[in-house]
Design a binder for this molecule. Structure first.
Ligand code: F3S
Length: 108
């Protein structure tokens, strides 16, 4: 189980999590960043540096944010970026792509 980026990242994209991630598993979309569920080593460093508190251990996701576990995972799948598991976000760069639910997200 990995860490998960949730709605507080959308249109903020502070980037502190990317800098501290020891395995470079946080990938950039257009409006949000996404943690790769298979590349994340569950160290939790990103949680403490995110200024918007957007990151949760998947086990601790509040009910209203549970869908973000699926969204982070689907971001890497064939229906969104088809990135698979590239093994590092640095070489990928900004994808310019968001999960459809993030693309259409409207802050309440
Ligand atoms: Fe987003 Fe927080 Fe990282 S705002 S880019 S999850 S530091």
């Amino acid at each position: 189980m990995a860490y998960v980026i949730t709605e507080a990242c959308i249109d903020v994209k502070d980037g502190a999590c990317v800098v501290c991630c020891p395995v470079d598993c946080i990938y950039e979309g257009s409006r949000s960043l996404y943690i790769h569920p298979d590349e994340c080593i569950n160290c939790g460093l990103c949680v403490s540096v995110c200024p918007t508190r957007a990151i949760y251990d998947a086990h601790d996701l509040p009910t209203e944010l549970r869908e973000y576990e699926r969204i982070n995972s689907e971001f890497f799948g064939p229906a969104v970026t088809a990135l698979g598991s590239p093994g590092g976000a640095c070489d990928v760069g900004s994808t310019g792509i968001d999960h459809p639910e993030i693309r259409s997200y409207t802050r309440q």
